[in-house]
Design a protein around this ligand. Structure first.
Ligand SMILES: Cc1cc2nc3c(=O)[nH]c(=O)nc-3n(C[C@H](O)[C@H](O)[C@H](O)COP(=O)(O)OP(=O)(O)OC[C@H]3O[C@@H](n4cnc5c(N)ncnc54)[C@H](O)[C@@H]3O)c2cc1C
Length: 371
């Protein structure tokens, strides 16, 4: 079969079956539209890139299947580079739950398919524009004619490039190890180490919910002194909160990693041919690097705008999908991100902890972590 010989029609082609793509596709199908969802991964349970910490707001507002969420976490411990005199914050409410992401993606795909989405796995978006797109799947190339394309294809979006929309330029990169831990006396805890050598411009973390531990580092890729892998190995060897916990090795340890856009919502995220959602749109908190909540919220907005455009046939309907207006909500967090990016030495991080130990410092940390 020659390139592009198989032809498929749809109202909307969604590229990428992460949380943003699955949610957008499902909402559009439920609204009665014909949706094709193309994902390059052959198995949705493989190559997970996220820790999967869901915050209280998300758990309150979105119906995530509870059986795929870990035990609630209320306790956060913040450590300076020396790890001495950490600051412990405990919320009176359940703040975080870590998702079993493989199971959540599979459940999301089942929900999408039940809503009528045609899910194509092992199928890569190769390019296109002006309602005509090329995919390459297990059975060869497929030419898709669709009124709109949705770029849910992550931080380095190919769809953004093809639609000549804005693209992420400010990226952190993160990596973590995940392994099962025995339930014990340890209260579920999110340990965060502020150390610009281990995690330049961000954090090193251990999330231990009593079922799994996630041990990770993230930072600006060009600022890890010996590279990110070495930083992760160093941190993993001394990770806080896991004293006395059996640490598995080899195949029992899952490795995850990927880029995290932290430049704030992009300005131009839609045009008459389509739009971007999730990481592709820069919908990630610049300060916390949390993207799961923003990707779900932006997907709802995107689906509403596309539904309107498909129903009315108005070509200007996508003008309501304006990243510049949404970006304003991230202004405070962008300013704090610039502050965190300037913490370049352990001495500066240590000085920051002197402030954190004061009542106003603790109150500010609570607002960011439990807000
Ligand atoms: C190490 C790490 C830890 C993180 N931890 C958290 C956390 O705990 N909490 C939180 O809120 N946020 C976290 N984030 C951020 C969060 O994971 C992302 O913001 C969120 O997952 C983005 O979802 P998405 O659907 O936009 O993109 P993705 O989940 O990246 O999905 C994009 C999909 O598009 C597919 N794709 C890409 N290109 C193509 C193509 N050409 N053709 C077909 N398919 C394609 C990919 O295979 C992928 O499945 C973390 C990020 C990293 C890297």
């Amino acid at each position: 079969m020659g390139p592009g010989r198989r032809r498929v029609r749809a109202d909307v082609l969604v590229v990428g079956a992460g949380l943003a793509g699955l949610h957008t596709a499902t909402l559009l199908a439920r609204a009665g539209h014909d949706v094709l969802l193309a994902e390059r991964r052959a198995r949705l349970g493989g190559a997970v890139r996220t820790t999967g910490i869901f915050v209280r707001r998300t758990l309150d507002d979105f119906a995530l299947p509870p059986e795929h969420l870990g035990p609630p976490i209320r306790r956060v411990v913040l450590y300076p580079p020396s790890r001495r005199r950490p600051v412990t914050l405990v919320s009176e409410r359940d703040e975080y739950r870590v998702g079993d992401m493989a199971a959540l993606y599979l459940a999301g795909a089942r929900t999408a398919a039940a809503a009528g989405v045609r899910v194509l796995l092992g199928t890569r978006y190769e390019g296109g524009g002006r309602s005509s797109f090329l995919l390459s799947g297990p059975d060869g190339p497929v030419r898709v004619r669709a009124r709109f394309v949705v770029g849910a294809d992550g931080a380095r979006s190919r769809v953004a490039r093809d639609l000549v929309l804005d693209r992420n330029e400010h990226l952190l990169t993160g990596a973590e190890e995940v392994f099962a831990v025995p339930a014990g006396e340890r209260p579920p805890t999110f340990h965060c180490v502020v150390d610009p050598v281990l995690a330049p411009g961000y954090l090193a973390w251990v999330v231990d919910d009593g079922r799994h531990a996630h041990v990770g580092v993230a930072g600006y890729p060009d600022r890890f002194p010996g590279g990110m892998r070495r930083a992760l190995a160093r941190f993993s060897a001394t990770a806080p909160g896991l004293d006395g916990v059996r640490r598995p090795a080899g195949a029992e340890v899952e490795r995850r990693g990927g880029p995290i856009p932290v430049g704030g919502m992009l300005r131009r995220i839609g045009c008459s041919d389509g739009l971007l959602v999730g990481d592709a749109a820069g919908a990630v908190s610049p300060l916390t690097a949390g993207g799961l909540d923003p990707c779900l919220r932006l997907s709802e907005h995107a689906a509403a705008v596309l539904d309107d455009a498909l129903r009315t046939g108005r070509t200007d309907a996508l003008a309501h999908y304006d990243g510049a207006a949404l970006r304003a909500r991230f202004r405070g967090r962008l300013a704090l991100r610039h502050g965190l990016a300037r913490v370049r030495t352990p001495a500066v991080a240590t000085a920051g902890f002197a402030l954190l130990r004061t009542p106003p410092g603790r109150a500010a940390a609570r607002r960011i972590l439990f807000g």
